[in-house]
Design a protein around this ligand. Structure first.
Ligand code: SER
Length: 364
């Protein structure tokens, strides 16, 4: 394999002869993570954000972007048009169908979650080849990539390491695990037998997110949603039926911390990274513990536990906690505040402000 000159500065022309502008591509830009990421990148001075989502973005997010493309990640012609206009240097590929929704349409989930990813990996590779710079490809995987066979194993496993218990039971988990491997393949071994193969075109980095809790948005179609749903319902004065048992435990993290960690991994010097995939999490909490804390802040909260057998099975197959020591060692990840502190100091004040006024709404 030939090695690529990472410092090369090849000028690149668009199809019409004009120079292409540099761009940071964010797919799934209108989702929960996209929302936080676009705001954070814009606040840090990025003015080259190219966003893609199935739906038009709200005005305040559009104004943070250089250009917004509305369409499907599987639309090859659309992606081709984007690549013709921009010299993409970094990709945050967030577009995905989450775990609960994916179980209803597994083949569609595979199509969006895996085919969409492989298509983008190939395009990112082509881009790097054409403009002569390594393209960074940041991919959010999930705690759903794990699969523990039963509750006893889950209890004994404690905080799982990145390479343990990788037998996901959901389509979403299978998709995420596949894409972790595909990313590693495209970064390190793509077309390894071809005469013209070039090394180092793609720099693939991946975090496995735990359940994420945001004050600004609500997830849709996920199975860790019981955490954020419980808090938002209490703040909005709505009764909530929790779809898992009170003893159900998984790792969680607040959205701003997840965004910060994602950007921290993206910025880490390549030489410090010893692997492509890293666990991140702030705390491990049970549904019952979250409910208790929510009741401390909202004494009138009506929370009832009405487990849904199938969704319960999914959460039972996810680890109670994840071992983040590799991320801490390689790129300085810090788990941040524990649950009590994170709720008390940031989440609850922000969520109160959000629902404080009559008719306050959240983006879902
Ligand atoms: N939050 C995701 C889901 O529940 C898991 O990463 O699908």
């Amino acid at each position: 394999m030939r090695k690529m000159n990472r410092d090369s500065d090849t000028p690149e022309l668009a199809a019409d002869g004009a120079r292409r502008s540099a761009g940071v591509l964010i797919t799934g830009a209108g989702g929960e993570v996209g929302h936080g990421l676009i705001k954070a990148l814009h606040a840090r001075g990025h003015r080259q954000i190219v966003a893609l989502d199935l739906r038009e973005l709200p005005a305040e997010m559009r104004s943070c972007c250089r250009e917004v493309f509305v369409g499907d990640i599987c639309d090859a012609a659309l992606l081709g048009r984007m690549m013709a206009r921009y010299e993409i240097t970094e990709v945050y590929h967030l577009a995905a169908l989450l775990s609960t929704r994916s179980e209803f349409v597994p083949e569609t989930a595979h199509n969006v979650n895996v085919d969409g990813t492989i298509h983008l990996l190939r395009l990112a590779h082509e881009q790097a080849r054409s403009h002569g710079h390594t393209v960074k490809f940041i991919y959010p995987s999930s705690v759903a990539a794990y699969g523990l066979p039963d509750l006893e194993t889950k209890q004994q496993a404690g905080a799982v390491h990145e390479d343990q218990h990788l037998r996901p039971t959901t389509m979403y988990g299978c998709n995420k695990l596949s894409c972790e491997h595909l990313g590693r393949y495209y970064a390190r071994h793509y077309r390894q037998l071809a005469q013209d193969a070039v090394e180092g075109l793609l720099d693939f980095r991946c975090v496995r997110y735990p359940g994420l809790i945001s004050s600004e948005t609500l997830p849709s179609g996920g199975t860790s949603d019981f955490g954020p749903e419980m808090v938002h319902a209490a703040a909005a004065g709505r009764a909530y039926q929790c779809f898992v048992r009170p003893d159900t435990r998984i790792p969680f993290m607040m959205m701003p911390k997840a965004i910060e960690a994602t950007l921290q991994l993206a910025a880490a010097p390549a030489g410090q990274l010893t692997r492509c995939v890293y666990n991140i999490s702030s705390f491990s909490a049970s549904a019952g513990e979250i409910a208790e804390l929510v009741r401390e802040h909202f004494p009138d909260a009506e929370i009832e536990f009405v487990p849904d057998v199938q969704r319960q099975q999914i959460v039972d197959s996810w680890p109670a906690d994840v071992d983040c020591s590799q991320a801490q060692r390689d790129w300085g990840f810090e788990p941040g505040a524990g649950m009590r502190e994170a709720f008390g100091e940031t989440l609850i004040p922000a969520i109160r402000a959000r629902y404080g006024g009559a008719g306050a709404s959240v983006m879902v």
